[in-house]
Write a protein that binds this ligand. Sequence first.
Ligand SMILES: *[C@@H]1O[C@H](CO)[C@@H](O)[C@H](O)[C@H]1NC(C)=O
Ligand SMILES: *[C@@H]1O[C@H](CO)[C@@H](O)[C@H](O)[C@H]1NC(C)=O
Ligand SMILES: *[C@@H]1O[C@H](CO)[C@@H](O)[C@H](O)[C@H]1NC(C)=O
Ligand SMILES: *[C@@H]1O[C@H](CO)[C@@H](O)[C@H](O)[C@H]1NC(C)=O
Ligand SMILES: *[C@@H]1O[C@H](CO)[C@@H](O)[C@H](O)[C@H]1NC(C)=O
Ligand SMILES: *[C@@H]1O[C@H](CO)[C@@H](O)[C@H](O)[C@H]1NC(C)=O
Length: 447
Amino acid sequence: MLLSLGLLFAALSLGRCIPLQQAPNRSKLLLVSFDGFRWNYDQDVDTPNLDAMAADGVKAKYMTPAFVTLTSPCHFTLLTGRYLENHGVIHNMWFDTKTGVRLPYYTTQGISSWWDNGSLPIWITAQRQASEFMECLHSQGLKTGSIHFPGTKAKYQGEQVYKKVVEPALFNYSNETNWRQSIDTVMEWFTVENLDFITLYFGEPDSSGHKFGPESTQRKNMIKQVDRTVGYLRQRIQEKGLESSLNLIITSDHGMETVIKTNEIHIRKVTNFTFQDLDFQLLDYGPSGLLVPKEGKLEHVYSVLKNAHPKLHVYKKEEFPKRFHYANHSRITPLLLYSDPGYVIHGRYKVQFNKGEHGFDNEAMNMKTIFRAVGPAFKKGLVVEPFESVNVYALLCELLGITPEPHDGSLEVTKPMLRSGAPLHPAGKMPLMLGLALVLGCWGGLF
Ligand SMILES: *[C@@H]1O[C@H](CO)[C@@H](O)[C@H](O)[C@H]1NC(C)=O
Ligand SMILES: *[C@@H]1O[C@H](CO)[C@@H](O)[C@H](O)[C@H]1NC(C)=O
Ligand SMILES: *[C@@H]1O[C@H](CO)[C@@H](O)[C@H](O)[C@H]1NC(C)=O
Ligand SMILES: *[C@@H]1O[C@H](CO)[C@@H](O)[C@H](O)[C@H]1NC(C)=O
Ligand SMILES: *[C@@H]1O[C@H](CO)[C@@H](O)[C@H](O)[C@H]1NC(C)=O
Ligand SMILES: *[C@@H]1O[C@H](CO)[C@@H](O)[C@H](O)[C@H]1NC(C)=O
């Protein structure tokens, strides 16, 4: 009885699905990330275009990234609103503790099972968002695109970003001509292809910060290049007539710290420690380490490393500080290491030569990053208090008019940035109301 009623209802509502009216064009959204843009990088360089954007929109004093402060994990937090222990992308490198295989950043981009670990990035949610009601109204979901953004290459539950550009394995992340081409592609996707939401990633100023250090002239020059690029982007938005219909967010994944080269942490040199006591190790990756001791060796390895160096912190998985929201995931190993700002962890051999590094405690000021926004949804000339990056996702969903997946942030945190009054996403809310009316109509007709 229930089943046949359901079938009848389905048939009836399909039958009544007539396009009532064309949904008005919703606002578009562009999320830009400049990797490794520390919160205060604009304070020792002239940045006229970033300043103009702040005057026209909203600027956070700074944003606190998730922990560990690494590229892929922190970008996935922006895309899902979840801490690392909840989205599962806990490192830039895919690894297998059984075989000891570790894959570098670029290769890991292509391992869907690494990314698709229970949290759906906003691209996929936006594409599928058509609820039963909206399907009834012939809504196809939103059209999304992504250029170079971490996570772009993967498939999620078999689905992927509609329009994507993935960088080749050997790619010059600093080429300004290339940056402008990416911006031109974004403009074309918005205007010709009518995409609703695009994510755009630049690998700088992270590369310059690593190579030359965060206080270097090279990093400062790169900030000038970033600023010119922001100017170019906003000029193109204006030329395309998108200024009143496009919301633009510029943010990043983490900051950058100068590496200290004295009194270094070198695990091989720790008294009574031997790599023979380990089944697996992921070391030599900035300030973090993941270890799997051999059976029966956990207490021993833990005790020899625990007080080995004043700047090194060693924890059993269950005892890792909860404030990091990092260790409660099946991919986290039984022992975890992290070091204080400036100190990287060397394993067997010293293979880390960067002058700048990240991955440190997200409470350290030099790990804080930027958040800027401008567009029809945002207030003008507003500076807001710092907030955590897990909250960005709920804002993106609100701007797109889609229902968020379960997440660790809150829209309340970013709501003060938004203009009150005007509905944010007429096209998002209206079909729901129309759908409700339709259903009521259907039921009214049935009974
Ligand atoms: C909606 O956007 C498309 C593509 O940009 C455009 O062709 C169309 O005229 C727009 N419709 C309205 C009502 O603005
Ligand atoms: C996440 O990945 C781990 C293996 O790395 C796997 O055991 C677990 O089932 C995955 N969880 C989900 C929800 O995909
Ligand atoms: C990347 O391109 C820029 C020019 O845009 C050039 O100055 C730089 O040397 C290139 N870097 C590498 C590693 O090729
Ligand atoms: C920079 O990028 C442009 C466009 O992709 C390319 O033509 C040029 O050769 C690149 N320059 C360098 C130095 O890599
Ligand atoms: C190293 O091991 C030896 C032998 O078990 C022990 O006597 C010594 O105290 C240990 N040293 C440290 C620093 O743990
Ligand atoms: C750890 O994660 C599980 C789900 O994987 C959850 O049920 C549990 O509450 C979490 N524990 C803590 C202390 O957050």
